[in-house]
Ligand binder design. Structure first.
Ligand code: UDP
Length: 287
């Protein structure tokens, strides 16, 4: 992508937002709202604060359409650099938040900062609060056998009134067309408002993109290890590590064999390129 588009701020059309979104204007009879996104290594990230992200999610069910949320971290950027389909998945999402301090720091270097980091954990929490408030159902797809059940139990304890209307853990690895059909059928039959998919990135987000139009679910989000966290299978890094952008180091210590290649071979060079592009972008803006 050309350097002068690297910190792209866009005003784009969105489906009609709910009444809570006050800054909407009318265009040819359709309500539209300013959506500002920043281009980081080709991935478009919403320049949005947490409260506004939650307001946007709150508006999704009323629109009568399916929506995808992606929580982008450095690993997402690294995969997106190699895989244009994944980049497209991020860029077509209805909400793409920066789930990693390196993205926030890089945005500051461009001179067009993202307001804050918004994690998948926080968005799942917000969605569960909304679901508990409105009585709308949640479907959990993925994770190792038994994990989603434990996560569901914890969710129902934490969010009084929350209803988990379906759980399904497909076999690990690539899913057959038949398996996909079965999953879509199960989800459609359960009629959830919120679908959390834990199949690991990029599979979970690409699975949502591929089936979004068939699901009839207003809010779909890839959640990575959030079900494992809720089930108590893995721990989150301490707050100070999260603030310093060191969550990856914590995870690396927990699962070195699985994660060393991801963090050191794939993500570190992506970080280097991201920093250089962001600094170049700042210079272009200053000229
Ligand atoms: N997972 C799954 N099927 C797969 C790969 C992963 O259900 O084929 C689950 C895994 O058990 C975990 C979640 O997806 O609950 C996130 O996986 P992982 O930790 O690999 O993803 P990350 O968050 O590290 O990208």
């Amino acid at each position: 992508m050309a350097a002068n588009t690297a910190a792209l701020t866009q005003m784009e059309r969105m489906p009609a937002p709910g009444a809570m979104l006050t800054s909407s204007v009318t265009h040819g009879g359709t309500s539209v709202r300013a959506r500002r996104r920043l281009d980081l290594s080709g991935a478009l990230i919403d320049q949005i604060e947490f409260e506004d992200a939650v307001s946007r999610i709150r508006s999704f069910p009323a629109s009568g359409q399916e929506h995808q949320i992606v929580t982008v971290n450095l690993d997402f950027l690294s995969i997106a650099e190699r895989d244009p389909h994944f980049r497209d998945t991020i860029n077509r999402a209805d909400l793409a938040v920066a789930d990693g301090m390196p993205l926030v720091w890089a945005s500051r270097l461009t001179g067009s900062p993202l307001p804050e980091r918004i994690t998948g954990v926080e968005l799942v929490d917000a969605c569960c609060e909304l679901a508990a408030e409105t009585g709308e159902g949640v479907f959990l797809l993925g994770a190792a056998p038994g994990v989603a059940e434990q996560a569901a139990q914890r969710m129902e304890e934490l969010y009084t009134g929350l209803k988990v209307v379906g759980i399904y853990a497909p076999p690990f690895g690539a899913l057959s067309a038949q398996e996909n059909e079965l999953i879509v059928e199960r989800i459609r039959a359960a009629k959830p408002t919120y679908l959390f998919v834990a199949l690991g990135a990029p599979r979970q987000d690409m699975w949502i993109r591929a089936h979004l139009g068939q699901l009839g679910v207003p809010v779909c989000m890839g959640v990575g290890c959030v079900l494992d966290l809720l089930a108590g299978k893995v721990n989150r890094a301490p707050q100070w590590m999260q603030r310093m952008g060191l969550e990856w180091a914590y995870r690396l210590c927990q699962e070195p064999r699985r994660l060393w290649r991801r963090y050191l071979v794939n993500d570190l060079p992506t970080l280097g390129r991201l920093v250089l592009r962001s600094m170049r972008e700042r210079r272009v803006r200053a000229d």
